[in-house]
Design a protein around this ligand. Sequence first.
Ligand code: FES
Length: 162
Amino acid sequence: MSFTVPSQLEAELDELATHYPQKRSASLMFLHALQEQFGYISKEAVEWTARKLGLQPINVYELVTFYPMFRQQPLGKTHVKVCRTLSCALAGAADVRKHFCEKLGLDSHAHAPQTTPDGKFTVEFVECLAACGSAPVVLVNEDLVENATVRVADQIIAKGKQ
Ligand code: FES
């Protein structure tokens, strides 16, 4: 698989690395930038970062696997984040997420984000979305859905399948 970082982004990252006494300290910044560019951190992105910063790929890969904000798979077109923190948990967030998973053929017991084989949906649990007063809360791409129910989940699924 070919992996090409746009030349402007590469130049920006090269410049960024000069701001650190040790180049490896720029690893997280590189990974954030590559995830923003490509949507996730591929094996090729790990290897590219390692080459750029004079590291072994394992040094970069351990960051990708340690920090939950990094994704190793592309996101689905509709990204569903179900809050599981206390207010939402008490208001039925687990049932909403279970409904999403069951309707989309995903494992409702899995902990990691899951994407449907057609690439249309990614479903995951996340921590507080800062709208606790209207729990349970779901973030659908950039849209906050308050007081989510299984019926609302069905509407989100129907829209995402279009
Ligand atoms: S607990 Fe769910 S939004 Fe805060």
